[in-house]
Ligand binder design. Structure first.
Ligand code: MN
Length: 202
């Protein structure tokens, strides 16, 4: 048993149909997410082995650190993604989260447009993310490359949209924007609010 473990989904594989098919969700969770968990644990062990050497090869360690960042971030983002979605999701937030979105984006529709476009326009593989940025004390949208690139240090992801082809291609083929549109109908705003509250101390 390693440091990281694959979390159970909070719903059945078929629960998000028709927006996301059970086949996609099962592959996504049981194969893709599981591979990031294994990758993070395996790489952590390899880093420990390298650390014990009197002279670790720098190039080897560089490669391991990159591999670790990739797999760990994949594990973190997918763990949030499953909780961010719900068969009973959709609509829009209210209360303090709605107020913060209004303040930092000018309104929910403007925020929705930005996150939709950021997710749909990822070049290659990545994520669209609503994050809390503690230094500026504000919400921001980040366009994450792979799982860990193009990210401000110290930001906390609150709502994450997976834009990797494995998340939608079997169902939506090349039409990523249609998949992103459907994601909005699944957003579990209670979960996003809980993450916002924990991150901000609000
Ligand atoms: Mn994924």
């Amino acid at each position: 048993m390693g440091t990281y473990a694959l979390p159970d989904l909070p719903y059945d594989y078929a629960a998000l149909e028709p927006a996301i098919t059970g086949q996609i969700l099962e592959l996504h969770h049981a194969k893709h997410h599981a591979a990031y968990v294994k990758g993070a644990n395996d790489t952590l062990e390899q880093i420990a082995e390298a650390r014990e050497k009197e002279q670790p090869a720098p190039a080897h360690l560089v490669g391991l650190e990159k591999t670790f960042a990739f797999n760990l971030s994949g594990h973190v983002l997918h763990s949030i993604f499953w909780q961010n979605l719900s068969p009973d999701g959709g609509d829009r937030p209210d209360g303090v989260l709605a107020e913060a979105i209004e303040k930092d984006f000018g309104g929910f529709e403007q925020f929705k447009r930005q996150l939709t476009t950021a997710t749909a326009s990822v070049q290659g593989s990545g994520w669209g993310v609503l994050a809390w940025e503690p230094l500026g004390q504000r919400l921001i949208v980040e366009q994450v490359y792979d799982h860990h690139g193009n990210v401000g240090q110290g930001t906390t992801p609150l709502l994450v949209f997976d834009a990797w082809e494995h998340a939608y291609y079997l169902q939506y083929k090349n039409v990523r924007p249609d998949y992103v549109t459907k994601l909005w109908d699944l957003v579990n705003w209670e979960d996003v609010l809980a993450r916002y509250t924990a991150a901000t101390g609000a």
